[in-house]
Every structure is written in C-alpha cells, then in structure tokens.
Design a protein. Structure first.
Ligand code: DC
Length: 212
C-alpha cells in the first residue's frame, strides 16, 4: 500500500503521516528530509547552492537511507540540524534541480516497491507515485502554518521570529509551486483536507475514515 501526502510547508503532513504509519504499522518516509539532507551537506561543505552541477555531483556521491523512520546521511542519523532556518531558506534551490530530484525519487520508488509506506512531500501523488492507493493533500492558511513552525522551533529552544517564518514559508511555497520539474500541485484526484482549524486527532480520524 502506498499513501501519498502532499501539500505546502507546515500544513501538518509529517505529523499526521508519522501517526498514520504507527497506527497502520507501515513505513514512513519524510521526503522533504531528503532534500534537506542534501542542502545541509552542501552548506557544511561550502558548496555554492546555485551551482547545479556541483550540487548534483555532491548528491550523486551521497548515501541517503531510512531506518526505523529516521533519515541517515552517509551513515549518520540526522535530526534537528536539517530543520534550521538556514536549511529551510536554501532547500527550495536544491529541490528544483532535476538531477537531484531524479536521485531522490529513485530512492523513494525503491522503498515503495519493497514495503507498504506513507510518504509526505510535494510531488508524491503527482509524480513519484501517480498510482498511489490514497492521495491526500493538506492545506492550511500561511498564518496557521507559520504559528505551528514557530511553536515547534521555540519549543526546541530556537530563537526565531514569527513574521520571518511566515515569510519564509510563503517564499518556499512559491518556489516549490513554480519550479519547472515536478512542482507542488494539487491534482484532481486528491483527497483535500484543510487542517487550519482542526486538531491533530481530527485529521488522523479523517485519514483513518478513508483508508481501508
Ligand atoms: O516538507 P519539508 O518542508 O521538510 O520540505 C523541504 C523542502 O523540500 C520543500 O520546501 C520542498 C522540497 N520538497 C520537494 O521538493 N519535494 C518533496 N517531495 C518534498 C520536499
């Protein structure tokens, strides 16, 4: 079984996908974390992220894997280091590179062929798994999405500014929606859920009512 969960930044995709994976006892793949991992590796290696060839070469030499729903970059587990504002501000530039996407999509499809999985991202239902069993598309207002990210980051001790986060989210949505190859887009066959005024439990219930 393949469950695709797409939508803009901060709409609640990963929170919900993780819970559903637990409840259904299937794998969870955070595909955004893969693009974040490449971005992080470029930043720590001082690679110019506007140099598509350099970024693609780095991606080719990178090993990305998931174990127990955690992402590993070249054998090392990644957690908060890929959630910083610096990574968020740069990730869309990396995610628009076709060669990088091909590499990440190959990994996603390979995982999908050997296990039941729920994947969250931007192009899962539209490009990676167009024949997914279920295609969810989550949305929420930019203000609500910004508030959620702000809460998440401040709870982890980061000193962040709400307006800056909302601006970053809106800019990232624009870039992700307007890139040439496999952009964020709502296809006609999605199950649309607006999470703005819903609790996590309510959204989980919406999912479980649909998944058989
Ligand atoms: O879900 P996220 O915010 O962690 O994703 C980070 C970025 O990665 C997002 O701005 C766009 C990109 N992304 C993508 O292009 N395709 C995906 N399937 C998942 C994420």
């Amino acid at each position: 079984m393949i469950i695709a969960v797409d939508g803009p930044a901060g709409a609640g995709k990963s929170t919900i996908a993780k819970i559903i994976a637990d409840k259904l006892n299937i794998n969870y793949i955070d595909t955004g974390a893969m693009y974040r991992a490449i971005t992080y590796k470029c930043l720590i290696n001082d690679i110019d992220i506007t140099n598509e060839e350099a970024v693609s070469n780095l991606a080719k030499e990178t090993d990305i894997d998931f174990k127990d729903n955690n992402i590993y970059l070249d054998g090392k587990i990644l957690t908060d280091e890929i959630r910083t504002l610096e990574v968020s501000n740069n990730v869309s530039n990396i995610a628009k590179i076709k060669e990088v996407r091909y590499l990440m999509v190959d990994i996603q499809r390979e995982i999908g062929t050997r296990s039941s999985v729920i994947l969250d991202g931007r192009d899962i239902g539209s490009y990676v798994f167009p024949n997914a069993d279920y295609k969810f598309y989550l949305v929420a207002t930019p203000e609500e999405r910004g508030q959620r990210r702000y809460k998440e980051l401040t709870e982890k001790g980061y000193d962040v500014n709400l307006d800056e986060i909302i601006k970053e989210i809106i800019k990232r949505d624009e870039m992700d929606s307007n890139r040439e190859f496999a952009p964020l887009k709502k296809t006609d066959d999605v199950i649309l859920i607006d999470t703005t005024s819903k609790t996590i439990d309510e959204v989980v219930d919406d999912f479980l009512a649909i998944i058989k």
